[in-house]
Design a binder for this molecule. Structure first.
Ligand SMILES: Nc1ncnc2c1ncn2[C@@H]1O[C@H](COP(=O)(O)OP(=O)(O)OP(=O)(O)O)[C@@H](O)[C@H]1O
Ligand SMILES: [Mg+2]
Length: 265
């Protein structure tokens, strides 16, 4: 299929008028309405908005875990289902969902089990080094801290070298210090692997610190109300967190969210 002139083929995600309605009759829930979003390769996009505004639903639509009820959605120029078959994306959720009876290395190898043994062991080792857990390959998940478990989940998600990494509140359960460390880790991995990331968060500072653009969503039915370019220099580090530009962007995103809350009232 050829892309139309207004829809460049190089986009990683291209949503046009995407809507999602769950159920029917009295139980009908309109989760998303008229979502237009174009994501370029190597962007880091955060989705932020009030609980229930459809952030996870949007991520799940992109990841082919559910289907839109209206509009069109393309991932790397393809139907999301085809993108999933082509292993174009990796996913990380709030809970690491590791298998307790498999070692760390065996967990990372899990999605690779259709590959030949040598390649998948090698790849798992490489991914664990990337998340700086090389020494823990033989440990079991229950022997690791929450932050380490989440790094294993990231290694597993990256095992297929996805072009798109989908992360749904991956650091939500971590303490503040671990969370800040993980934010820097994920930015380092993002730079080293050249992946595009879509990241759902409730934390305004986290969204600003990580992202190239912050997508602010309105309450149900979820719509995109603002798209804020952060424009902060890379690499981002502790100095970034103390900078005036960072502070100003946090204020800008907070004000955009407040407008949503007022609109909802
Ligand atoms: N499988 C489903 N069946 C029916 N309704 C659903 C389903 N999944 C989500 N919803 C509804 O769609 C709306 C959006 O849910 P979603 O989980 O995407 O919100 P969210 O922005 O991720 O919220 P949170 O910040 O609390 O995680 C909610 O009203 C939710 O109840
Ligand atoms: Mg959610």
């Amino acid at each position: 299929m050829s892309a139309s002139p207004t829809q460049p083929a190089h986009l990683v995600v291209e949503a046009t008028g995407v809507g999602k309605v769950f159920g029917g009759g009295d139980g009908k829930v309109e989760a998303l309405r008229s979502i237009d979003l174009a994501i370029e390769p190597r962007e880091f996009i955060s989705l932020i908005g009030p609980s229930g505004c459809g952030k996870s639903t949007l991520l799940r639509l992109v990841g082919d875990l559910t289907n839109p009820t209206s509009g069109t959605l393309r991932v790397n120029g393809k139907d999301p289902h085809q993108a999933r078959l082509d292993r174009d994306y990796g996913m990380v959720f709030q809970k690491a969902t590791l298998l307790d009876w498999r070692t760390v290395a065996k967990n990372v190898e899990l999605p690779l089990e259709i590959m030949d043994v040598a390649a998948r062991q090698e790849r798992a080792r490489e991914m664990l080094q990337l998340v700086q857990l090389g020494e823990f390959a033989g440990h079991y998940p229950w022997q690791l801290s929450g932050g380490m478990q989440q790094r294993v989940a990231i290694a597993r998600a990256l095992a297929f070298r996805p072009s798109l990494l989908l992360m749904d509140e991956p650091f939500g359960a971590l303490d503040e210090m671990t969370r800040e460390l993980m934010q820097q880790e994920v930015l380092r991995i993002w730079r080293e692997t050249h992946t595009t990331v879509i990241f759902v968060t409730h934390s305004i500072p986290e969204a600003v610190f990580l992202s190239t653009r912050v997508v602010v969503m309105s309450p149900r039915p979820g719509r995109i109300s603002d798209v804020i370019t952060t424009g902060l220099a890379h690499p981002r580090n502790e100095d970034t967190r103390e900078s005036r530009d960072y502070y100003d962007k946090i204020t800008e995103v907070r004000e955009a969210l407040r407008r949503q809350e007022r609109g909802a009232g």
